[in-house]
Design a protein around this ligand. Sequence first.
Ligand SMILES: Nc1ncnc2c1ncn2[C@@H]1O[C@H](COP(=O)(O)OP(=O)(O)OP(=O)(O)O)[C@@H](O)[C@H]1O
Ligand SMILES: [Mg+2]
Length: 337
Amino acid sequence: MNSNVDENLKTEIEKNLGQFGEIYIPSKIKLKSKDLFGLEKQKSLLNSFFNVLKHYSEDIPYNDSSLWDKYWESKTDLFPIPIILSSLLVGPPGTGKTTLAKAFAKEFNFPIIVVFSNALIGSLLGESLNRVKNLLHQAETYAKKKGPIILFFDEIDAISGERSNMSDVGEIKRMVISFLQELDLLLEKNLPIGIIGATNHPEQLDKAVWRRFTFKIDFPIPSDSVRMELINNFLKKIKNHPKFEVKFDNKDVTLETIRLLTNSLTGADIERAFQIAILQCFNKEQGTGANIYTIDTNILIGAFKSVININLDVNEGSEENKADKSYSGSSSTEVSD
Ligand SMILES: Nc1ncnc2c1ncn2[C@@H]1O[C@H](COP(=O)(O)OP(=O)(O)OP(=O)(O)O)[C@@H](O)[C@H]1O
Ligand SMILES: [Mg+2]
């Protein structure tokens, strides 16, 4: 691992940036891009994005702080025209947007800050723009001294959404515009800072926000073959566990039945269904003296149906219900018969 990224970094920037979101240093990120199934095009696009960022700063004199200012003053532009390295990831919840961005941050050894856009809004409304400026300033300082850093603005639609819902629209609008202007100023400096935004609601993003993103990468619901790959991977993990087994004891239910049943589910939904199935089977066999927990056809199909029902409820519910329900989605009531 590159010595310029280490534990100290976390403490160094956490003080100022921690209030806006989560800071992930590469060594602490678990999944790699190969752990996500499918998403080949998305991987290839993000890979080029990260790769360019790497080239922005290959010759930064990391170890000699006396050379930093001079280096940035005299640095030759990498491209004939300035290119703003920003990318918008668009797709339904649970399609792997955050996980893939973090995976590449790990592989390229760049820290990534997942900024919660509503924390930004809170700050814009509350203690003034200074805290937000601080976020960008810290990112700039880091990038100049240590190299690439990713600012990942999660649920970036929260910015546009708030703008249209606020009673004092004028005030909020001015604040958001100031934030975007600050962001522009930072991006114009051509520092090795990658901006990634993620949204489930591209239709709610207004033009001012769209304009800041040079690239757009769509994250769709997984195809049949990707879903089956995911499902088989979970089945394999269960089979490999000494205490668990899978038993397809209903001849009417085949992998084909599962493929058809799950055609609206995302990677996160499938993961959740397996969590439900495992917990249900664990609880059912507690106290029965069983040495092995058996996930049978009914449990598995029941878990998929329960996730499908949660999704139906969420989609039919209001925005308010949506938040409540998705928050309680994996509660024990969903696990019971
Ligand atoms: N293609 C996939 N292969 C393997 N796992 C996946 C895939 N897609 C999603 N997942 C899993 O689903 C979970 C949720 O993914 P993630 O948080 O990245 O989704 P997201 O698109 O960022 O969702 P949101 O819009 O709600 O923030 C993760 O544990 C991730 O590993
Ligand atoms: Mg996400």
